[in-house]
Design a protein around this ligand. Sequence first.
Ligand SMILES: *Cc1c(COP(=O)(O)O)cnc(C)c1O
Length: 361
Amino acid sequence: MTERVFNFAAGPSMLPEEVLQRAGSEIMNYQGTGMSVMEMSHRSPMFQKIFDHTKQQFIELMHVPDTHEVLFMQGGGSTQFSCVPLNFISASGKADYAVTGNFSGIAAKEAKKYGSIHLSYDGTQEGFTRIPSQKELQLDPEASYFHYCANNTIYGTEWQYVPDTGNVPLVCDMSSDITSRTVDISRYALIYAGAQKNMAPAGVTVVIIRKDMAGHPLPITPLMMNYETMIKKDSMYNTPPCWQIYMLGLTMDWLAEQGGVEGMEKKKHAKAQLLYDALENSTLFRLHADRDSRSDMNVTFRTGSDELDQKFVAEAAAQGLVSLKGHRLTGGMRASIYNAMPMEGAEKLREFILQFDKENR
Ligand SMILES: *Cc1c(COP(=O)(O)O)cnc(C)c1O
């Protein structure tokens, strides 16, 4: 077996080694049941226990208040692009979107099928190098909701503040930074996140919904995309993604041992800063994101030469630092450093950046 690498992939991405080991040790026989969680009825008491534990751990770690419900849905973050307007736009037929990257752009485009969408901000012309300030947001007080994406996975920018939208319900795609930073859930009407960036294998999407927001879907809303269905059936109207929910629970247990979300918040900035410092002080590399908008999850950079970028990615991989190629929309490099990336991985990459800079000037 080859040794494990430091995997900087944007998603699916690294999971904590302890989580993988635990899952491995239980894969044939989960706690004396004689079967794998993958083989277990979702209506069995044993699975119900796993489900309840995962949900409770998530609620505790994210400090989800009683006003909100936690749902486990399928279809990834992308399905939520449709669920949000289907469930919420009936309030006024209008919604506000801040487009700060690829996914928020797709979300806005999808929402246009169901109502009148106004872009409160559009960073397309600027190449998505920054997050707008509160003052720049053009807000419609009649909007049914305001949608934004907390961390732009592809461009490497991250909101450093929670937008103030007055009485307009706040909806956020937190697919790539959930559980890395503390969140005042009470400010949000809805938060959603595909699991595969920071929490679990792909296949489960966590939704945090303020309970009073459900119950006004457009008549065409598919049953499985209706938040009310999911709330009433505690995410088990049909077969839920059992294995992913189990894995999410293991990751939440691990997170609790790391000092919870607060513990991660302390570490993640230091991890990112290691890379940003090295890149800023280099002669070769340029950062994609403006300083004040930089993401602690995805560090995007380039040399300016496609050839050198390719060399960087290949030489890094040879040293066990893999998946550093940037997204095709940005080119260059991207280092994704989610919760499961150890400090050691960031340190190794930092050393490699410094060495590559010296050798290729
Ligand atoms: C990856 C990602 C998505 C898409 O998630 P899928 O689960 O692949 O649908 C949406 N939003 C953000 C911010 C992402 O990083």
